[in-house]
Design a protein around this ligand. Sequence first.
Ligand code: BG6
Length: 474
Amino acid sequence: MATTTLVILGASGDLTQRLLMPALFRLHALGLTRELRIVGYAMESWSRERFERHIHKALQSFAPDYTPAHWNRFRRQLDYVGGELHPEHLSALKDKLSPGTLFYLALPPPLFGTAAAALGQAGFAKAPRGGWRRLIVEKPFGTDLASAQALRQAMHTHWEEEQILRIDHFLGKETTQNLMVFRFANRFIEPIWNAQHIAQVQITYAETLGVEKRAAYYDKAGALRDMLQNHLMQLFSLTAMAPLAEWDPEVLRNHKVEVLRSTLPITPANVDTHAVRGQYRAGRIGRKQLPGYRSEPGIARGSRTETFAALRLEIDNWRWRGVPFYLRSGKRLATNYSEIAVQFREVPGALPKAVHAGNNWMIFRIRPTEQMDLLVTAKRPGLELAGRPVVLTAPYASSDDREFSAYEQLLTDAISGDRTHFLRFDEVEWAWKLLMPVLDAWQEGAPDFYAAGSEGPASQQRLLDPGHSWRSIA
Ligand code: BG6
């Protein structure tokens, strides 16, 4: 019997095909999951062979390291059970489980609560002696504060918080994890990582992608729910949190929550100076002429959903008071460009006239490549004592490094029971609390337009302090 079983609910769906199976396939190829049995569960009454064919096809399309030889080894790990999300149907899984079993809810979000409850009613939340049971839940966790709280309630009828692994795939990204290592493992960073030395922080996640085939989901969600509430809030709290007293997932998550709790609430009165929304109109990216959001298939002609959202957040604690954190993300922007950029304050004192020291920036770049850049001023070679800006760049990975996708990282952690890179409920809850006034205000009015291929709506400028400007993504 395999020592661990992963049951994927929603095994015939898109997430399983595009992300989960390719990740499991690679981990298996590297010898990291030999003891794992993977049981697909979905509504289709497929045989195991039919499921294998389905997964085989997916891997041929989506697994970059697919080989027929490896497929022949991998397929032996697969199994399948068909059924609805009812306890009686789910109990057919009983004989397939191992002492250690994970249930992965790769389902449409409205089914998370039902699935967790049905698994609980089937008796699967209770671990056998010496074993364990875990539940992996995809994002989004709720669509607002009340629905997130209701979902928690539904899950906690059967499952303990410690058993629930809430996924935010950004936490599996190398740069996100590097934020923790780089900040806390280098002596020179911590003493200057505060309002005395830092002037502003900009967190940008710009995509050229449009709404793709996700109109039904995206038109209800919008950029604030899709990107800011989860991914960017995580980058925000990891950038701002205090150093840990102990490397422990609970201590880490306490520190992240502390940042959110110390963030000044956005109020109905100041939404306009703290939040901006935009929607793309027709435009051009490179040579490609692209339609506006409202002309995309499946989007209502008069849709007021935002495809760009920007926030100004301020943390009212000793470390950060007076430092604006600007967060923004949008679809159909000029380039795929993403970074966490920290600007330091100007240097005091006198310098030779020709030096013109610019502000230093420390940049953790996620896209187009993962790298770290430090913008400094150095002497310009020559007879004059003049300065010029220089970028000290560290590519994040070298050619010898083996890189892993976010899902490869998170599945490995979930199997080994490491909760460090998963969300605790209070993180999700605080993020919703901070955004609710914005979501409420945006029920009225409409987003500002921006052309596809631009850097977002001009109105994003109004979030900035005098003297600050958005970094270019072009
Ligand atoms: C997802 C959002 O969570 O993250 C998408 O739903 C977005 O809209 C994606 O495109 C971005 O993440 P990545 O890792 O694909 O760049």
